[in-house]
Every structure is written in structure tokens, then in C-alpha cells.
Design a protein around this ligand. Structure first.
Ligand SMILES: Cc1cc2nc3c(=O)[nH]c(=O)nc-3n(C[C@H](O)[C@H](O)[C@H](O)COP(=O)(O)O)c2cc1C
Length: 166
């Protein structure tokens, strides 16, 4: 039977909310844990891995976690970000994560917006590195919203179907 882990990194709670929705959408033998509490990954046959996009990329802790996924290990990736959905700014960190985890079998990816506090945005938007996404981020204040949580649940169910066909 598939043993599933949902793990995540979350500084301000957005990615955690998505992780919880994914967990809710799953059926069977499932565990949810913040990444810092995960010890044995070999015990799981499917791992959902979530992170906030930081500086257009993947937080360092996620990079090192992804490097530990064994050859052919089944994973699904999810992220939250301040930029508008659909564009390259929203995609590039997930694409980078997929490259780092290229040994793994990636069953799916999901991303949605996550609010950034106005105070943080005011500081970040002053730096050239953050300007592009920070300019889009004020409209992320209501995310993740109910629609995002529903989408995350559906994503979880879809990945389960793909995993069972594998
Ligand atoms: C230091 C910092 C850097 C960030 N860099 C990006 C970025 O490059 N692109 C983006 O879309 N959002 C960026 N964000 C916004 C976060 O990805 C977004 O708010 C996310 O939902 C936070 O998730 P969390 O609550 O799980 O920590 C950044 C936020 C912070 C605090």
C-alpha cells in the first residue's frame, strides 16, 4: 500500500495551508510533517514537497531535501509565490526544483499565490533582485483563498490516481 508523506517549508503559513489542503485531499496511509521534522524518507512511496518561492528560486533546505530523493522515488512538488500566476516568475522555482530532483519521478506540480505582508513588500521591492515579483505581489493579499485550497485538494487526488497507475 502507498505510504504518503506531505512535507513543507513555510515561514508565514501560506505553504502550510496548501500542505494541509493536499493532506485533506489524500486517502490512505498518510502523514504530514514540516520538513524539519522529517527523518526517514525511505519509508514513503510518495512524497509531496512544498515550499515558498524565495528570490525566484527554491529555499536551500528544500534543495538539500530534493537531493536526497532516491532514484525513481515518486514525488509531487508544490509552491506558493507572491507574483501573478501563469507567468515565468511563478514557474521558474518549480522548474528549478524539478531539475534538482531529476533522479526522482515527478508526478505533478502545483502552485498558487501566497500573501506577503505589506511591510515586507515595502522593503523587498526596493531591492533590484525582488522588484519584478514584488510589484505584482500587493494583489496576493487574499491568498491562499478557498479556491486555491480546493485546487490543492484536487491536485492531491489527481497525483494519487497517477501514482496508482504507475
Ligand atoms: C525573502 C522573500 C523572498 C521572496 N521571493 C519571492 C520571489 O522571488 N517570487 C515570488 O513570487 N514571491 C516571493 N516571495 C513571496 C513568497 O513566496 C510568498 O509570500 C509565499 O506564499 C510565502 O510562503 P510561506 O507563508 O509558506 O512562507 C518572497 C518572500 C520573501 C519573504
Amino acid at each position: 500500500m502507498t505510504k504518503i508523506l506531505v512535507t513543507y517549508l513555510s515561514q508565514t503559513g501560506n505553504t502550510k495551508k496548501i500542505a494541509e489542503a493536499i493532506f485533506e485531499g489524500l486517502e490512505g496511509d498518510k502523514t504530514i510533517k514540516p520538513m524539519d521534522e522529517v527523518q526517514e524518507i525511505e519509508n514513503y512511496s510518495l512524497i509531496f514537497i512544498g515550499f515558498p518561492v524565495h528570490s525566484h528560486s527554491v529555499p536551500y533546505k528544500i534543495e538539500s531535501f530534493l537531493q536526497k530523493i532516491p532514484q525513481g522515488g515518486k514525488i509531487a512538488l508544490f509552491s506558493t509565490h507572491g507574483s501573478l500566476p501563469g507567468g515565468h516568475l511563478a514557474r521558474e522555482a518549480l522548474e528549478h526544483a524539478a531539475v534538482i530532483a531529476s533522479k526522482a519521478k515527478i508526478l505533478g506540480t502545483f502552485s498558487c499565490r501566497g500573501k506577503v505582508t505589506m511591510a515586507a513588500l515595502e522593503i523587498l521591492s526596493k531591492s533590484p533582485e525582488h522588484k519584478a515579483w514584488a510589484e505584482m505581489a500587493p494583489s496576493s493579499q487574499t491568498h491562499p483563498d478557498e479556491g486555491d485550497l480546493e485546487d490543492a485538494k484536487s491536485f492531491a487526488k489527481w497525483v494519487m490516481i497517477l501514482s496508482s497507475q504507475d
